[in-house]
Design a protein around this ligand. Structure first.
Ligand code: APR
Ligand code: ZN
Length: 235
């Protein structure tokens, strides 16, 4: 992916549009038939023929320049996400800071999962300095409540979720840096869009067991980040 310009990345996922529809671009709210409303830095002129593009898989259409501007606003990892339907092009990665993910099986059952043991995941993310991919580059960030312990049933489905969480960790999608909705603290490590159960034997926080829908919810949240098991075969 390195070496590709933002324009090249965006083009890779687009089909040409001969005559743009009489609709507004939902990125800049200007008509698709006219120029992009985006006049930010780093967006060069494009010829009229390629000024509107259709995302190849989902079909949503935008000004080419608007997509390039959106890409430049993100972490520029070679992937693109449709702002309308969230379809992911390429491999989405996040801005999770450096840290460690470990797991092991503990010989106890979770409420609602009496027939199996439990997987405990331990996340450790130390505080540090924000990089260019974070909201305030150069500024420190805090890290509260680490190590964070999380629990999954050690069942077939629980182990599947664990496999996908390991992929999410490698793609830096488990945590982010921002403002905690629980504490209101800014510039701190926060959970990203994938829910974890942090309570073991009870459910006082709402982040415990039993919760019959939990594994399905997590699989859905992982899918929204582009993380799926491609088929039923074992690796
Ligand atoms: N356990 C698991 N998930 C939680 C918890 C919790 N105790 N508290 C909030 N979440 C979920 C929220 O439901 C939301 O979807 O994390 C998401 C982001 O919430 P924030 O409050 O912004 O995240 P963060 O500050 O990282 O979490 C607050 O979670 O694990 C604990 O120690 C951590 O006390 C801290 C709390
Ligand atoms: Zn536009």
């Amino acid at each position: 992916r390195k070496g590709k310009t933002p324009e090249e990345v965006v083009k890779k996922y687009l089909q040409k549009v001969k005559s743009p529809p009489e609709e507004d671009c939902t990125i800049c709210m200007e008509p698709l038939g006219g120029p992009s409303g985006y006049k930010g830095p780093g967006v060069g002129p494009v010829s009229r023929a390629e000024s509107v593009g259709r995302l190849a898989q989902c079909g949503h259409q935008y000004h080419f320049q608007c997509l390039v501007a959106m890409y430049n606003n993100g972490n520029k990892d070679g992937s693109l996400q449709c702002p309308t339907c969230k379809t992911i092009y390429g491999v989405k990665t996040g801005n999770q800071p450096a840290g460690k993910m470990e797991y092991h099986v503990i010989p106890h059952s979770l409420p609602g999962h009496p027939d199996c043991k439990t997987i405990r995941i331990i996340y450790n993310v130390p505080p540090g300095l924000q990089g260019p991919e974070h909201p305030n580059p150069g500024k420190p960030f805090t890290a509260r409540g680490f190590p964070r312990h999380c629990y999954l049933p050690d069942s077939e489905r629980g182990r599947k979720v664990l496999r996908l969480l390991l992929v999410a960790w490698d793609r830096r999608l488990i945590f982010s840096v921002g403002t905690s909705s629980t504490t209101g603290e800014s510039d701190t490590v926060i959970w990203n869009e994938v829910h974890h159960k942090t309570e073991f034997g009870s459910n006082l926080t709402g982040h415990g067991f039993p919760d019959p829908g939990h594994l399905d919810n997590v699989l859905e949240e992982l899918r929204a980040q582009g993380i799926i098991e491609d088929d039923g075969l074992m690796e």
